[in-house]
Design a protein around this ligand. Structure first.
Ligand code: NIG
Ligand code: FE
Length: 415
């Protein structure tokens, strides 16, 4: 049915609209490249943007056409909704004990030996009912949406049996259906070898033959992830697994180079969409990722949670990579889950331009999830938008995440 003219809504005026449109796909972004429209408005129809431009011009069109008006009464700066391209927010339990041990100086291995670590979250998540898991995830989505995140990737990976991984992915799918926040599910059954298996290859084979075909058939995810590290899966195991998953039609993403550097090599070799973490990456890894067209998603929340250095984001941009920033929100290494705050902190530490930091949590984060319909405010894009109560966009990062959006729109609707 053809939409009626009156279904249109004009939202504005905004002191500034930072569209994030027209930016380079890879490499450095000077602040001058940002498109900042003053006294601007956005026209929305059926959840998508039809026009962005000078408010007075749009107001004339809206009045002539009898469009609805959503009047913004105080100075506001509008940005695309934020995109968190890497999280593990479907989990039960807390790892506060791990955290206390870690800050007191215990190593990751000592913590795991005393019953903590990823396998602790696996135990708690397996014990949780589907309803409990849905409820926990929904609450975390509520918080993310309030803080301006309008699209969020969520991984499985605390189930590690066919049944429990499906339980997690089904919980993600259910929340996605009923929550305003858009969730992008990823199967991370290859997070760790579960205690029931003594051989990693046998476990990965089991996922490939028994889990992934069901994930495909039930349309529970079209992305597959693996944790490549001494304590998880090695280069050869990962390569074989990911090539087979790719063969099944999944997009690939990799937990790479968090502590050692084999992961980015594998990500480049299999043509992953993104390699995530990259704290340990150097120039060689950056070159490999660049040549293979792999997007670098860095996770400052994990550096903050583990008390370790950040990924070399500046060098990545200077090396020509597309840089996304995500929270890695998870119960163990990154419990905070505040995207804007973490991006601002990383930007300050790594000397990123305002444009580079904002792009990394909007348009470039969309690319990391292979989404071409969001992350920018332009004609045809999904009308996911956030407004901050300021009149100069530079105040957003200046307040280092403390300033939250006052209004959030999802598909053109205020939430
Ligand atoms: O991305 N590195 C592996 N996985 C997660 C941590 C998950 C956990 O500790 O529960 C991460 O940091
Ligand atoms: Fe992670």
């Amino acid at each position: 049915m053809k939409p009626r003219e009156t279904d249109h809504t004009l939202i504005g005026p905004f002191s500034q609209v930072v569209t994030m449109a027209g930016l380079p796909e890879n490499g450095p972004i000077p602040d001058e490249a940002l498109q900042v429209l003053e006294n601007a408005g956005v026209m929305v129809l059926n959840g998508a943007i039809t026009q962005v431009g000078d408010y007075n011009t749009l107001l004339q069109v809206a009045q002539d056409g009898g469009y609805k008006l959503q009047k913004i009464e105080q100075p506001m700066v509008l940005l695309p909704g934020l995109i968190d391209a890497h999280t593990h927010i479907c989990f039960a339990g807390s790892r506060a004990n791990d955290y206390a041990m870690r800050v007191a100086g215990k190593s990751y291995l000592e913590i795991a030996r005393s019953g903590g670590g990823i396998l602790d979250s696996v135990r708690k998540t397996r014990e949780a009912t589907a309803v409990e898991l849905v409820d926990l995830l929904r609450k975390r989505c509520d918080r993310h949406l309030r803080e301006g995140v309008t699209t969020c990737e969520v991984k499985s990976g605390y189930g590690l049996t066919v049944e429990d991984e499906l339980k997690m992915l089904e919980a993600i799918s259910l929340v996605n259906k009923h929550h305003a926040l858009d969730l992008v599910p990823t199967c991370l059954a290859a997070h760790m070898r579960p205690p029931e298996f003594t051989d990693s290859q046998v476990y990965l084979q089991c996922i490939l033959t028994e889990l992934l075909p069901q994930v495909k058939e039930l349309e529970l995810a079209n992305r597959v992830d693996i944790f490549i590290e001494d304590t998880a899966f090695n280069e050869e195991e990962a390569l074989e697994y990911l090539l087979a998953a790719k063969e099944l039609g999944f997009d690939i993403t990799v937990h790479a180079d968090q502590f050692s550097t084999d992961g980015s090599k594998v990500a480049a070799e299999v043509g992953a969409v993104s390699a995530d973490h990259l704290e340990a990456s150097g120039d060689e890894e950056i070159t490999l990722l660049k040549e293979a067209g792999v997007i670098a998603t860095v996770l400052p929340g994990a550096s903050l949670g583990l008390g370790m250095h950040y990924a070399p984001a500046r060098r990545m941009l200077d090396g020509g990579l597309c840089l996304a920033i995500a929270t890695d929100w998870n119960p163990g290494s990154a419990p905070m889950g505040d995207l804007l705050l973490q991006a601002a902190i990383l930007g300050a530490a790594e000397k990123l331009t305002t444009a580079e930091t904002l792009a990394a949590i909007t348009t470039r984060a969309a690319r990391a999830l292979n989404l071409s319909d969001r992350g920018r405010l332009a004609k045809g894009m999904v009308a996911d938008m956030i407004a901050f109560p300021i009149n100069n966009y530079k105040e957003i990062l200046y307040f280092q995440g403390k300033l939250k959006p006052a209004i959030v729109w999802k598909h053109g609707e205020q939430v």
